[in-house]
Design a protein around this ligand. Structure first.
Ligand SMILES: [Zn+2]
Length: 66
């Protein structure tokens, strides 16, 4: 999946990038503040990373990344 699409979906769910935003990965924090996602800065994000992101952001509504 494209990074831009994943980021847009996370943003819509209320997730925000942690700042400062540096290094090879971007850290995202969920709305409740207890869950994290680490996303590599690739244009295309592998299914494995997408799956881990969905699992990691456990407080989001099921099916948010349909
Ligand atoms: Zn959470």
């Amino acid at each position: 999946m494209k990074l831009a699409d994943l980021e847009r979906a996370m943003w819509r769910q209320g997730c925000r990038k942690r700042t400062p935003d540096k290094g090879p990965h971007t850290k995202w924090i969920c709305p409740c503040g207890r869950h994290r996602a680490i996303i590599p800065r690739h244009r295309e994000i592998s299914a494995l990373v997408v799956g881990n992101t969905v699992k990691g952001l456990a407080c989001l509504e099921e099916g948010w990344l349909a």
